[in-house]
Design a protein around this ligand. Structure first.
Ligand SMILES: *Cc1c(COP(=O)(O)O)cnc(C)c1O
Length: 357
């Protein structure tokens, strides 16, 4: 197989061990003589996977008993709707720190009264808004902890006078999180915890059941809590790969261990961007994401953009092109992206610089 360095933003690189174990489970799932995608989701073998997967979530993130871990279809984008459906009665506030945040807000506006408490739209979301106050009469306050497209990240668990809801699609399990500070943490699996096709929601039970609207079953967190995320047929294969991905994470020492590696990878790459005369970072330094590193050609070198992309491609780099809405470059360096890949990209940038001198 061709050797590549995969910097895709999602779907993206997953741990080799998880992928290989998933392939084995496609051949013979736990001695059943059937592929994992052919067993009944009500079988004891599959129920065990659901239980073990939930247990891994609880253990890795130290999730307290006040919160339930749910697996749902529809990706993070359906969670944009589930959150207001389950929580919005009077008013919800959103931190508009990027396009995903804006999309989440749009869904809430379709359900009720929701607005942006603060926004960094005026500077293409290149920083995290600060210095705003969270009104205490909100039903909830919604943040996007990592802005995948713009490469900014909220790395601390904030204090919030109302239930805090966080889209952690692209930084879940990348660092320790104090789950007790959140009402809901949700995201699509396909950045740090698995393939596309399953979303996770970590829900504090006592904030549910307070809205007057009818909630369709498939959007109702209480239905998923009662049914153990098997109200209907769950996305079995994405959940299986997620389970293997979390097993891998536990095996290498869990969230604290991966956080150290993630910090190192991000520091290495940002240091090169700051050093290299051909490139500049686009995100405000204090808000730089550990997961998505965004940069462009330095002023005066803009014309080299396509040439660098071609050069990088020739060296085995995949997915370094920036999001179509912002251009430039983006290297997504999620949990499963090895340090060697980050080093290979740095080597590539240095080599390109010396060619152009
Ligand atoms: C990728 C992403 C989404 C969208 O996820 P889907 O599962 O495709 O709906 C939402 N929010 C953030 C922060 C993302 O990175």
């Amino acid at each position: 197989m061709k050797k590549v360095h995969n910097f895709n933003a999602g779907p993206c690189v997953l741990p080799e061990q998880a992928v290989n174990n998933a392939i084995e489970a496609l051949k013979d799932f736990r001695g059943t003589g059937m592929p994992v995608i052919s067993v009944s989701h009500r079988s004891k073998e599959w129920s065990a996977v659901m239980d073990e997967c939930r247990a891994l979530w609880r253990e890795l993130l130290n999730i307290p008993d006040t919160h339930e871990v749910l697996f749902m279809g529809g990706g993070a984008s359906l969670q944009f709707l589930c959150v207001p459906m389950n929580l919005l009665e009077n008013k919800a506030g959103y931190l508009e720190s990027g396009v995903w945040a804006k999309k989440a807000l749009k869904e809430a506006k379709g359900i009720g009264n929701a607005y942006a408490v603060a926004s960094s739209a005026e500077s293409t979301y290149n920083y995290i808004p600060k210095g705003y106050e969270i009104p205490s009469d909100l039903d909830y306050f919604h943040i996007t902890t990592n802005n995948t497209i713009y490469g900014t990240e909220i790395k601390e668990d904030m204090d919030c006078p109302v239930p805090l809801v966080a889209d952690m699609s692209s930084d879940i399990m990348s660092r320790p999180v104090d789950v007790s500070k959140y009402g809901i943490i949700y995201g699509g699996a396909q950045k740090n915890v698995g393939p596309a096709g399953v979303a996770f929601a970590i829900v504090r039970k006592d904030i549910l059941g307070k809205v007057s609207r009818h909630i369709p079953s498939m959007l109702d967190y209480r239905v998923f809590i009662d049914g153990g995320s098997m109200f209907n047929t769950p996305p079995v294969f994405p959940i299986y790969v997620m389970y293997e991905t979390l097993k891998w994470l536990k095996g290498i020492g869990g969230v604290e261990a991966i956080h150290k590696i993630n910090r190192k990878k991000a520091d290495m790459l940002y240091a090169e961007i700051d050093r290299n005369s051909l490139f500049v970072g686009t995100a405000a330094k204090e808000d730089r994401s550990d997961m998505n590193v965004c940069f462009v050609m330095a002023p005066g070198h803009e014309a080299l953009q396509d040439e660098f992309l071609e050069f990088a491609k020739g060296k085995g780099m995949v997915g370094v092109k920036g999001h179509r809405s912002v251009g430039g470059f983006r290297a997504s360096i999620y949990n499963a992206c090895p340090v060697e890949s980050v080093q290979a990209l740095i080597d590539c940038m240095q080599e390109f610089e010396s060619l152009k001198k």
